[in-house]
Ligand binder design. Sequence first.
Ligand code: PMP
Ligand code: GLN
Length: 378
Amino acid sequence: FTSKLPHTETTIFTTMSALAKDYQALNLSQGFPNYPSDQRLIDLVSAAMNNGYNQYAPMAGNLDLRLAIAHKYDVLYKQHYHPEKEITVTAGATQAIFTVISAFIKSGDEVVVFKPAYDCYEPAVKVQGGTVVPVQLTAPDYKVNWETVASKISDKTKMIIINTPHNPSGTIWSESDMLQLQKLTANTDIIVLSDEVYEHIVFDDAQHQSVCLFQDLKQRSFITASFGKTFHNTGWKVGYCCAPDYLMAEFRKVHQYNVFSVHHPTQKGIADYMQDENTYLSLPTFFQRKRDLFLNLISESRFQFQPAQGTYFQVLDYSAITDQGDVEFAKHLTKVFKIASIPLSVFNLNQQDDQVLRFCFAKTDDTLLKAAEILKSI
Ligand code: PMP
Ligand code: GLN
């Protein structure tokens, strides 16, 4: 056979987590918390199991959960998504993203992707025969030049994938960015895939700019989201997507034959948990404290940084320390200094190397203290 993805290698998250394990290093690479989920949520999921939620969920997801998600959009954005027709629960954001791309992209289609980009977008486009049209953004502020973006749009452009708050850079898009995107896509058939898995993790009183706040964008967009990121349990792999009904109908044609439905008791447990709005409204404060703690602790290190505006990732510039390439340096730090991070070049066009590493601060305070001690010693 001919490989459909001849150049796709093992994801950096697997590589760095495995290296961290082999060298018994602190793992600030792959993005997951090392503190437990809220016991109340765990109890609600096990109660759902004890209360008979053990058979297939409806194809689009447990209805209580879809109602809770719809309520969240009302509370946070004053925007409505219809729980029956416009919200689908998925096996994490990854499946939502893959399914959106599978449902709309075919051979010859072009998809605009901003680099550095989270690594699941590109293979999903390629496996459908589509072509990724990259727009490279550059450290430290990763600002979008909208004239450049406009120059990449052609009649082959079927989709634009955006991600704010942005993994891996920790930057967020402004209202002006969203308005530019809205202007650029007006009167086109372009679908926007808006990966908003970090919607609740924004700092310094910034407002998350969801596509749903911009009416013309909302009409052409999928939002993808992850309960793993929101409720600190990435291993549960439950997420969802929202879109206007004419788009969601196409999504479900693929979804019903891809997974049909996902883990039912977890959905019911999360639905019950979300009845208390504070479970998601408290997240910016929770993560801001972690970010501030981490940055205060490393302020006297030789790493330089602009504080993350969102996500639970902090990018650190190590150019004052060495000329080494970022992949090599990340491996060196893991093996010798016992701290693992993610090199950003792997997400860039032509592996552009800005000499920056990404560290996950969704960690216990104790881990952050230990990490800072190490980083100050480098
Ligand atoms: N998009 C981004 C930007 C991510 O960082 C992640 C990782 N959580 C995902 C999508 C995938 O989310 P999930 O683990 O729910 O599949
Ligand atoms: N989203 C996580 C990160 O950015 C990784 C998820 C994965 O390992 N696929 O670190």
